[in-house]
Ligand binder design. Structure first.
Ligand SMILES: [Zn+2]
Length: 199
């Protein structure tokens, strides 16, 4: 494969980028001055060196400490469980949630062969067992798919003796839509009007 094809392939492998757009990116870079190319390399190098996953909440961080795991956020004892980092960002954008997060890294899906052991559930358990920062409430913000319901049910059963209160986002609002695509006002309202989970 020549360098041109390699460049196109690389951009085309990014989510939401087809071969046509990838080709446009490559042409743009070729036409731009060298400084822009070097800057791109610099940013990628920096990201490779500095971006990492927070060992507690599994968010992606570029700083020494995780801003979602700071004292101010964990001291309230409200923990929001989400599927991935994009969902965390969607909730952050609403500005309605000031607690901490836990990213599962996916949802339980027997069809796809994804079980609890493939997700960040052990680290969640460690957090719930830890006496340092007691969790008073878990909010499930996993969307409204069958996989989300299965995951929520599993976590509720597994941790109901460790956490006093569980809640979930109203079904009518998020049903059939991915959390990421729910608008800020709707999602913000859903967090404020979350429904307590009972047996
Ligand atoms: Zn964190």
């Amino acid at each position: 494969m020549n360098v041109l094809d390699e460049c196109i392939e690389m951009f085309a492998s990014l989510p939401g980028v087809g071969r046509k757009t990838a080709f446009r990116y490559v042409i743009h870079l070729l036409r731009s001055n060298q400084r822009e190319m070097l800057r791109l390399r610099e940013v990628i190098d920096k990201a490779l060196q500095e971006l990492r996953e927070c060992p507690v909440c599994h968010s992606i961080i570029g700083e020494k400490t995780c801003k979602y795991c700071c004292e101010e956020r964990i001291s309230g004892g409200v923990l929001c469980v989400v599927r991935d980092f994009r969902d965390l960002l969607a909730i952050e954008n609403t500005g309605k949630f000031k607690g901490s997060y836990h990213i599962l890294g996916g949802l339980i899906s027997p069809v796809e062969g994804i079980g609890p052991q493939h997700l960040n559930i052990q680290t969640l358990e460690n957090r719930l067992i830890s006496q340092a920062n007691p969790v008073k409430e878990i909010i499930f913000a996993l969307g409204a798919t069958r996989e989300a319901e299965t995951t929520q049910f599993y976590l509720f059963k597994r941790f109901r003796n460790l956490v006093p209160q569980f809640s979930t986002l109203p079904k009518g609002i998020t049903y059939g839509t991915e959390l990421e695509y729910t608008d800020d006002i709707t999602l913000g309202g859903a967090i404020e009007n979350r429904i307590p989970l009972v047996e």
